[in-house]
Design a binder for this molecule. Structure first.
Ligand code: ASP
Length: 330
């Protein structure tokens, strides 16, 4: 029988409310991973699943130490257990895309790593967690999912780690891959993944993660942003900065002046956008301001990239080369 590892981290899929009609007022991260499996007896026929509880938190409270634990465990188990079919991670939906993208940049193995969560707590009428978990296991066991990178399975859709994002606060169909759509679907007839070009090399597969992570922040563009915040962040010594620029990643004149006036070396800086879809491309005066375009990465994923680039002690030129070359980032 196929073997899978389930790493449980909490979230709404493990959440409980006082009443089955309560959908929003509940505590995330209550049930353990074993209870999630017990709720889906069909899983016993599919695979022998070992459960490990990495955390049991609302994903807004996930910490870098949880990320280190997940990455370390997945790397170790893939190395030590060639017979393991794949890994499923139960996770809160709010930051699932960040964890999926982090793992995509760090885990180099063709075996599936599948993240899954739920929009309704386990106690709800029509809770979506059990079916999502069953389908995540089906995807993790399917040969089609091999070599497709880290995947997110929600509401019968299979999304890739780079494009997937949470786009709704309510409702079971809360995930989307803007500009691209899901990579595939899972249903009664099995797992269907569309043919796509190869995923590309994993850029940080050898990177060792530290205990102390760099200070990388996101600044949000709007009408008359307070550019003093930017100066304060630079003075505070932040090691990375993601601009959520307006339109195609544009900074305001005030923000540009604050960067120009900064006397010290700039940290690593990426321009992403707040539109939710579409790329940010190289701009002729990016060089003058120490900026690099984030391509199709949303701000929270651009931050994950900057965290890892900073841990890897990359400089501006090295990050520019990585962005220019990587199929994964384009
Ligand atoms: N607050 C929850 C979390 O992200 C939301 C969810 O899982 O749907 O952990």
């Amino acid at each position: 029988m196929n073997r899978l590892l389930l790493l449980a981290t909490g979230g709404t899929i493990a959440g409980c409310a006082d009443d089955s009609a309560t959908l929003n007022d509940y505590t995330a991260g209550v049930l353990g991973g074993e209870s999630l499996l017990t709720a889906v007896p069909q899983l016993q026929d599919l695979a022998a699943i070992t459960v490990e509880q990495v955390a049991n938190v609302d994903s807004a409270d996930l910490l870098f130490e949880h990320w280190c634990a997940l990455v370390g465990r997945i790397r170790d188990v893939f190395l030590a257990d060639p017979g393991l079919a794949g890994v499923v991670i139960t996770h809160g939906t709010n930051t699932m895309e960040e964890t999926a993208w982090l793992l995509q940049l760090l885990i180099d193995d063709p075996r599936p790593v599948v993240l899954v969560g739920a929009m309704r707590p386990s106690t709800a009428l029509s809770a979506d967690g059990p079916l999502n978990l069953l389908q995540a296991v089906q995807v993790a066991l399917s040969s089609e999912a091999r070599g497709r990178g880290v995947l997110v399975v929600m509401d019968g859709q299979i999304h890739g780690a780079r494009a997937v994002t949470k786009v709704a606060t309510q409702g079971v169909g809360a995930f989307s891959s803007p500009g691209q759509g899901p990579l595939g679907w899972v249903d009664d007839a099995g797992v269907h993944l569309q043919m796509t070009s190869p995923i590309g090399a994993v850029p940080f597969s050898d990177l060792a993660l530290p205990q102390q992570w760099p200070h990388v922040v996101i600044v949000y563009g709007c009408v008359e942003p307070d550019a003093r915040m930017l100066t304060l962040l630079l003075e505070a010594g932040c090691q990375g900065l993601v601009f959520t620029g307006t339109g195609a990643g544009q900074l305001s004149a005030g923000e540009r002046r604050a960067l120009e006036a900064w006397p010290g070396p700039w940290p690593l800086m990426l321009r992403a956008n707040r539109c939710g879809a579409g790329p940010v491309r190289k701009n002729p005066d990016d060089e003058l301001l120490g900026l690099l375009p984030a391509g199709c990465l949303n701000p929270q994923k651009a931050r994950v990239l900057l965290l890892l680039a900073s841990i890897a002690a990359m400089d501006h030129a090295q990050l520019a080369t990585l962005i220019g070359r990587s199929e994964l980032l384009s």
